[in-house]
Design a protein. Sequence first.
Length: 372
Amino acid sequence: MSHFAPAICPRLVVKIGSALLVDSAGNVRRDWLASVAADIAERVRGGQQIVVVSSGAIALGARRLKLPKGGRASLEDAQAAAATGQIALAGVWAELLGAQGLTAAQMLVTLDDLEDRRRFLNASATLDRLLSLGVVPVVNENDSVATSEIRFGDNDRLAARVAQAASARGVVLLSDVDGLYTANPHRDPNATRLAKIDAITPDIEAMASSDSASGMGSGGMASKLQAAKIATMAGADLLILSGLYYHPLARMAQADCGSLFVASAAGRKKKSWLAGRLTAKGRILVDAGAAKALRSGKSLLAAGITAVEGKFERGDVVDIVDEQGIALARGLAEYDCREAAAITGLSTAAIAERLGVPPRAAFIHRDHMVML
């Protein structure tokens, strides 16, 4: 795309869906994947660093184990399929990238690895070192140990979070559909593609479908929009592009393909990590006055809190919710949930009397908060 400049993006994350990588018989589409490996090699030779987020482990494993519903009939089936398919998937990537003179590295991550700040920084450091060595990291969710409650569930959002960890400025989601349409293009012949999206508005979100056209993948357009939110808030452009062509990455320079979600101004790394999180330990309900203060850039004080939900410790991530139940912000709590319940609605001066210790500057300081 003329307005998406992958050639000058120092680091690019490329996500490949199961429907592109695995055929209906459960075999890797080797010729197509070899063309992708050739595209990657050309970009690496041009000085660009590439991270691959590769689906396909469950789809590959399910067919080898003859599991129903593509290995997704139960969590146990998905875990067994992932364990079986991941070793085959890693081998194919190592072979095809090796044929292009590139070294592949496998990284398996869970949701907690990128939600916990320390582990996020560890993953970031590993990615940075691999890329500095000219290696192509191939990342996937560790579905063999993930639980139904603690998992990404789709690699679209994983790709956006990996882009944050890698400080990438671009994300490409290769898909079986060529971007975001005004309606489902498989069902509505009048659907039109949106070439460029500057902001993800409620109208844009209403266009998304959660359907996965192939039945192999776990996400649809809804998961891609969630990924776009995470990526753009972290300062990365995100492009949804059809992978139903050989050498799909070569098509990025064409003006009439895909849908580009334009990055917002990149904020502090900690704030983009907060905004991109998929989980929070609790919810802090605030009154209209506190909501107005937050929108003007102020910290959250206990006086503006009306209720506390969830179990959290000091330093945990919590969502701040207004009187209409809309999440306004996310931040790091300066008090645990027991202290929070005790000081709800209190002035700063009254907190010391209630807790018996000097009060902190704020319940959530603005430096440790991001508006949503």
